[in-house]
Design a protein around this ligand. Structure first.
Ligand SMILES: C[S@@+](CC[C@H](N)C(=O)[O-])C[C@H]1O[C@@H](n2cnc3c(N)ncnc32)[C@H](O)[C@@H]1O
Length: 236
């Protein structure tokens, strides 16, 4: 013990002049392990997703990203979560508007790509990158959630969106609806594969009844596809 204390004191006093060979081997191993650990926290270490992704990678076209952010009225005060963020284009576009972003993807390649793209765009410091399963992500801080997933995945997410997001949080989905949740707005957008939809829902205030898990928010009644097309679509 005394020897360790004396080595540390000398080390601090002499700085770079410390005789490296005087460090006990175990101390050098601890320092090396700590250094490796610090690097591992900065970057995703996994090479492969922890499990098969629920949806394969398919980026939203940039002009539709702009439409999604416009529909959600993203501003500098927002925290935008893209659940299944791919190459990070949605959170990067939001960060360029001054918002903060959280980029969540189960595939570590996508997270590496997102981080590189954000650095290139000069907005990396406004974005957190999470290599994790979106079903395990804490989403309570979000003021906007963006989705380009799959209908069954959206439906599986619904209880968590209602339970964890603050009232007033905007949820925007490209192409896929939320089962029988009635959107506040839906717009038609042109894509290379034909017309597509972007949906907007706003998380409602909870009544005491709903807080106890009974019933669903007033405006989220089922509507037919035909009614949805007629009442909620507008041209881009
Ligand atoms: C269709 S892409 C959308 C990418 C991006 N949001 C966009 O719009 O350009 C879906 C993304 O979700 C990711 N993903 C699929 N299942 C996931 C899960 N359970 N947790 C986190 N990410 C997931 C995939 O790796 C993929 O990058």
């Amino acid at each position: 013990m005394r020897m360790i204390a004396s080595v540390s004191a000398k080390g601090l006093a002499r700085g770079a002049a410390v005789d490296r060979l005087s460090f006990p081997m175990w101390l050098r191993l601890v320092v090396t392990a700590l250094a490796i650990g610090a690097t591992a926290c900065d970057q995703p270490t996994a090479q492969k997703p922890s499990r098969a992704p629920d949806v394969r990678y398919d980026p939203t076209p940039h002009h539709i990203v702009a439409e999604m952010l416009k529909l959600a009225r993203v501003a500098a005060s927002d925290v935008v979560y893209d659940l299944g963020c791919g190459d990070g284009r949605i959170v990067i576009a939001a960060a360029k508007l001054g918002a903060r972003g959280v980029c969540v993807d189960i595939d570590p390649r996508r997270i590496r790509e997102s981080r590189a793209n954000a650095e290139r765009a000069g907005v990396a410091e406004r974005i957190r990158f999470l290599n994790q399963d979106l079903f395990e992500t804490d989403i309570g801080e979000a003021t906007v959630v963006t989705l380009f997933l799959w209908p069954s995945v959206n439906e599986k997410l619904r209880p968590r969106l209602l339970r964890e997001l603050k009232p007033g949080t905007r949820v925007v989905s490209y192409i896929h609806s939320m089962g029988d949740w009635r959107p506040q707005e839906a717009v038609n957008v042109e894509s290379a594969r034909g017309p597509r939809k972007v949906f907007l829902w706003i998380i409602p205030e909870r009544t005491a009844h709903q807080t106890r898990g009974i019933g669903k928010p007033q405006h989220m009644f089922a509507i037919s596809e035909q009614e949805e097309n007629h009442a909620y679509s507008r041209s881009p």
